[in-house]
Write a protein that binds this ligand. Structure first.
Ligand SMILES: [Zn+2]
Ligand SMILES: [Zn+2]
Length: 250
């Protein structure tokens, strides 16, 4: 768990970023503000094989800019590493406008990373990891993602409002990580996030073996977040802590 804050970081926190190791791969899942520095406390960024992006909101992508700078400008012995950057449709244009609007060249990210645009309807293979996607309700196109190396199955709901499709997608998963952004539900016609209680309901209906809540501000109160989810989900539930590690290999 590198970063679990919502769109604004907690003190000393980071926005969305999760490091997944499996199938011989080191994969960074989302790369929000603050995540690059947190990543470097755990592993050298040259060790990252792929960065996988759920959606193009700022709190999930902005640290791709310093990550790319580190790849391009650090003096390397030999050619710099070139991790894969696996991003949703529209990412090339979004990355170009973020970079050019911030004084970089428009191709800053594409010069640093090997960019692949994924089709959420298609599964992917990243080394020994299988990756599947499920579009979820949000304010812009967003995709839940599942990574499995055959030994453990990890499902991340991305940013999402209530979703029957997500429940089916996550059915029986070993670890379901769901956002728990809201203190109370938004108006029914404007859903793009979950409350912790709703996250618990989704985990229960998906028969998840474990639930980890993320994308919540500490202002909500960690105890409240946990207790709300536990009202709906009887299995093990944690509120994400930066630095926490979950081992699904056993
Ligand atoms: Zn979002
Ligand atoms: Zn977000």
């Amino acid at each position: 768990m590198l970063g679990k804050s919502p769109a604004w970081q907690d003190a000393n926190g980071a926005c969305s970023g999760y490091l997944v190791e499996g199938g011989g791969q080191v994969v960074l899942l989302d790369c929000g503000p603050g995540v690059f520095a947190k990543l470097r406390t755990v592993v050298g960024y040259e060790a990252v094989d792929a960065v996988l992006i759920t959606h193009l909101h700022a709190d999930h992508i902005l640290d791709l800019v310093p990550f790319a700078s580190g790849l391009r400008y650090r003096p390397w012995d030999g050619p710099p590493p070139r991790p894969r950057l696996i991003a949703p449709p529209g990412a090339a244009e979004a990355f170009a406008s973020v970079c050019s609007g911030a004084g970089m060249t428009a191709d800053h990210l594409e010069l640093a990373f090997d960019l692949t645009l994924y089709d959420p309807a298609q599964a992917l293979v990243v080394g020994g990891l299988e990756v599947r996607f499920q579009p979820v309700p949000h304010y812009i196109p967003a995709n839940a993602v599942e990574l499995t190396d055959g030994a453990g199955r990890f499902t991340f709901g991305a940013d999402c409002g209530p979703s029957e499709e997500l429940i089916a997608f996550a059915d029986g998963t070993d670890l379901l990580m769901l956002e728990a952004t809201l203190p109370e539900p938004e108006p029914p016609d404007d859903r793009g996030h979950l409350t912790p209680f709703e996250a618990g309901e989704h985990a229960a209906r998906a028969n998840a073996k474990r639930l980890v809540l993320t994308h919540f501000t500490e202002d909500l109160g960690r105890d409240w977040v946990l207790s709300e989810a536990a009202r709906a989900f009887a299995g093990p539930v944690d509120a994400a802590q930066e630095g926490a590690i979950y081992d699904l290999s056993r």
